[in-house]
Ligand binder design. Structure first.
Ligand SMILES: Nc1ncnc2c1ncn2[C@@H]1O[C@H](COP(=O)(O)OP(=O)(O)OP(=O)(O)O)[C@@H](O)[C@H]1O
Length: 286
């Protein structure tokens, strides 16, 4: 099923996904007319023009768009890491003005997000320091490391691990304190193709196990369609949402079987065409 509504349309009510409902029952995340400019006066760069969409509890939503369309800018604004020029992000009913406690972010650059002077276990424990007692923290760290396939590796330092293992550790840190929503910004862009495939499946398993809503930014169309319940396609800057595409592919997904489905190719081609159109529109404007 595909929606073809206007750029600022709400997500359809008939989403067919198999995710588990989170404890939060309203709309998990509302992005309302988000606008972001950089610079001022004649040097103003209009990046986000008017971005509006919703994410429901349990949904896995991927955001794709041409390079420079402001995907990272969007995610940073949603995470409360930078203020929008105008518009609003509402997370679990409250306007985001700073990073919310129940939101975790995993960035592309794992080498800079993990603290090199701390062991992996200490890195995973860091965001839960003031939340749980010592025994509960230790239990959660162990669970998170098991979930990402790093059981028994907690005493290593990040620099003693491969890139794929470091990104697993960054994911463990994101999920360890069980956020309601996990924001991921091109998290697998810096790992090799084989590791990327493993990490995609890992994220799907974790999402199922931890009952987490995921908003995942990627420039990789195949990755977006493989992972998502819904793909949000952005225009080129100044950016708005051009399409909300429901990915009505069965779960659990499988790297070979899912990608062999005619429906997979159909959705993939639709997203591809939209991105190409956005790129050519952007190059005409610039
Ligand atoms: N802090 C900043 N100050 C000024 N300009 C910025 C800043 N951050 C991003 N930009 C500019 O905003 C535009 C969008 O950047 P952003 O990284 O959000 O896009 P993106 O879609 O994630 O790009 P890519 O797909 O290439 O990673 C770019 O032209 C970038 O140079």
């Amino acid at each position: 099923m595909t929606t073809t509504g206007p750029t600022t349309a709400r997500a359809p009510e008939t989403i067919t996904y198999t995710g588990i409902e989170s404890s939060y029952e309203g709309t998990m995340l509302e992005v309302r007319h988000l606008k972001k400019n950089y610079g001022s006066g004649e040097k103003t760069a209009r990046i986000l023009a008017d971005v509006t969409f919703d994410v429901k509890p349990g949904e896995f939503v991927c955001v794709v768009g041409p390079s420079g369309s402001g995907k990272t800018t969007l995610l940073r604004s949603i995470a409360g890491l930078q203020a929008p020029t105008s518009g609003e992000v509402i997370f679990e009913g409250e306007t985001v003005t700073e990073p919310p406690a129940k939101m975790a972010v995993v960035f592309q650059d794992y080498s800079r997000s993990l603290l090199p002077w701390m062991t992996v276990a200490a890195n995973v424990e860091l965001p839960m320091r003031n939340k749980f007692d010592k025994a509960e923290r230790a239990r959660r760290v162990e669970d998170a490391l098991i979930s990402v396939g790093l059981a028994g590796k907690g005493s290593l330092y990040p620099w003693q691990m491969s890139g794929g293992m470091q990104q697993r550790a960054a994911i463990a840190r994101g999920i360890g304190y069980q956020p309601d929503v996990l924001l991921m910004d091109e998290p697998f862009a810096a790992v090799d193709a084989q590791t990327r495939i493993e990490l995609e499946d890992l994220v799907l398993r974790i999402r199922q196990a931890y009952n987490t809503t995921v908003l995942f930014v990627t420039h990789d169309i195949d990755e977006a369609v493989y992972l998502a319940d819904r793909v949000i396609v952005l225009s080129g800057a100044p950016t708005s949402v051009t399409e909300n595409i429901v990915v009505d592919l069965p779960r659990p997904r499988d790297q070979i079987e899912t990608k062999a489905l005619p429906r997979y190719a159909q959705i993939r081609n639709q997203v591809f065409k939209l991105i190409q159109e956005a790129k050519s529109h952007a190059s005409v404007q610039s």
